[in-house]
Write a protein that binds this ligand. Structure first.
Ligand code: IMP
Ligand code: MG
Length: 182
């Protein structure tokens, strides 16, 4: 299927600019920190984290956790499972959790409650997208790319049933598009 201009929420250029702004802000805020630990929440974060981490001007390490939620297109149980834990010890370190999108908020809430008891020196959050209309958890997002309406979006790491992650832009998912190649 063709991508029409009206289906695209954020073009490659818009994404690149916003990631640059976030990187500037984060680099300034952590300029006193000699080793920021970025913790990506797999799998959706992988492209955003790759871009963001390369544009920081401060020393940083990268680690990942993998979380799995229920199938959000059909149910909303709030159940989140830990698939893979961190390799790094976060005690005493400055930790920035990096998420692709905050929808209801269960995933980021889970990540925070997983890491907080491990006593990092600081714990902050960065999400590229947020759907404020759906958010049920009271969550602080310290660095946010964009707020978006309550629609399903794909591209730039975001999937629909594990497809369309590699699209360089962020677009809506038209009905019936899941079966077509990305
Ligand atoms: P939450 O736990 O409801 O906040 O959901 C967060 C997770 O759901 C994200 O990390 C994504 O993996 C996934 N998700 C939520 N909305 C979308 C979307 O519009 N497109 C792709 N994935 C989404
Ligand atoms: Mg995610």
């Amino acid at each position: 299927m063709m991508t029409e201009e009206r289906d695209v929420l954020f073009t490659e250029g818009t994404i690149r600019n916003r990631v640059g702004e976030l990187a500037l802000q984060i680099s300034a805020d952590y300029s006193h920190v000699d080793d920021l630990l970025m913790v990506g929440v797999l799998r959706g974060c992988f492209i955003f984290l790759a871009d963001l981490s390369r544009r920081l001007t401060i020393p940083r390490s990268i680690d990942f956790i993998a979380l799995a939620a229920y199938d959000k297109m059909t149910t909303a149980t709030g159940e989140v499972r830990l698939i893979m834990d961190l390799r790094a010890d976060v005690r005493g370190r400055h930790v920035l959790i990096v998420e692709d999108i905050v929808d209801i908020g269960y995933t980021l809430d889970y990540a925070l409650s997983l890491l907080r008891p491990r006593e990092p020196a600081s714990l902050k959050t960065c999400a590229f997208l947020r759907k404020p209309a759906r958010l049920k958890k009271k969550l602080q997002i310290d660095y946010l790319g964009f707020d978006i309406p309550d629609i399903w979006v794909v591209g730039y790491g975001l999937d629909f049933r594990d497809r369309h992650r590699a699209l360089p832009y962020i677009r809506t998912l038209p009905a019936g598009w899941s079966a077509s190649p990305s």
